[in-house]
Design a protein around this ligand. Structure first.
Ligand code: L34
Length: 291
């Protein structure tokens, strides 16, 4: 079994971006600037946003976090988005999800100007990506594709089973894997909560991508010998023996599935760090448009 080390590959990607920043500075340009809107105080969101800010400063990007209380009205949030859309100092920005229930995600996502939508969530970017046109690819699927590429995982003609059909991960992941390019050219099956014979379908997977948000859902009896397993889950499971009171676990039963897989991503240290690195990559692409 080979570990697909997201921490290591994200470091490579960040080093490459840092070199690009230095080149921009040497040419008299300002560094890329990412802004993040964070509503409320969801502990996991705070962790991820802090990690994004830290990653920005490590490679020389500017970053800004705009915090709002959970009671913020949708109208005020949309106004903040309009401000960032117009602010020429900001190259790209994201609204960290999840949002409180009284705010409609769809309306918020559609308000972000597509050329600053470094999350790649806007329908314009999703649609262009689906057509294979230039677009921001959302960070988690983008990061996974980058990981497959850097480990030279064969994807052509392989059966890729995607567990989960969310707009943020499962949906775009399936589109990327069936594209006529590398990584891609896979035969893709999207399985979800209504799928019948899930185990039989998973057993056919040469590449299994688990994005369902259920801790250790994928067990070894669902995985073919030699499969490539990508674990997108980051579930916080109560664990009083840990200092923080919880531990992180993926959607895959790592200890047993890793005995069968040819390659597997760990949690933490797999897809999570790649998500952050890919967001930085998208921000560089956004920033380059002003050069
Ligand atoms: N708008 N909302 C928006 N964009 C995103 O791209 C995200 N996502 C997801 C949640 N909401 C979002 C993230 O940033 C998930 N996500 C994310 C980012 C980073 C990590 C995990 C999820 C990450 O760094 N994970 C570490 C462990 C962190 C910990 O200790 O909790 C890892 O090694 O997996």
């Amino acid at each position: 079994m080979m570990l697909l080390d997201g921490k290591e590959i994200s470091k490579q990607l960040k080093d490459e971006l840092k070199a690009e920043v230095n080149e921009m500075l040497a040419n008299g340009y300002r560094p890329p600037h990412l802004a993040v809107i964070l509503v409320g105080s969801n502990a996991a969101s705070e962790t991820y946003v802090n990690a994004k800010v830290k990653a920005c400063s490590a490679i020389g990007y500017e970053s800004s976090v705009i915090n709002f209380p959970p009671e913020i009205t949708q109208e005020m949030l949309l106004q903040a988005i309009d401000d960032l859309n117009e602010n020429e100092e900001i190259d790209g920005f994201i609204v960290q999800l999840p949002l409180p229930n009284h705010i409609d995600d769809k309306t918020v996502i559609e308000r972000v100007m597509p050329k600053k939508d470094v999350d790649g969530f806007h329908p314009i970017n999703v649609g262009k990506m689906a057509l294979g046109l230039d677009a921001f690819i959302s960070a988690t699927p983008g990061g996974i594709v980058e990981l497959l590429k850097r480990y030279e995982i064969e994807t052509e003609g392989k059966h890729c089973v995607v567990l989960g059909r969310s707009n943020i991960v499962g949906g775009p992941m399936a589109m990327l894997m069936r594209r006529n390019t590398y990584p891609g050219n896979s035969t893709v099956t999207v399985a979800h909560s209504r799928t019948k014979n899930l185990k039989q379908i998973c057993l056919q997977a040469d590449i299994l991508i688990a994005a369902i948000g259920k801790p250790e859902f994928v067990t070894e009896d669902m995985v073919k010998e030699g499969a490539v397993v990508i674990d997108v889950g980051i579930n916080r499971v109560d664990d009083p023996s840990r200092e923080k009171g919880y531990r992180l676990t993926g959607d895959v039963d790592f200890s047993n599935v890793s005995k069968k897989a040819s390659h597997i991503t760990p949690v933490p240290g797999g897809v999570g760090p790649m998500t952050i690195a890919y967001l930085l990559k998208n921000t560089m692409i956004a920033a380059r448009k002003r050069l």
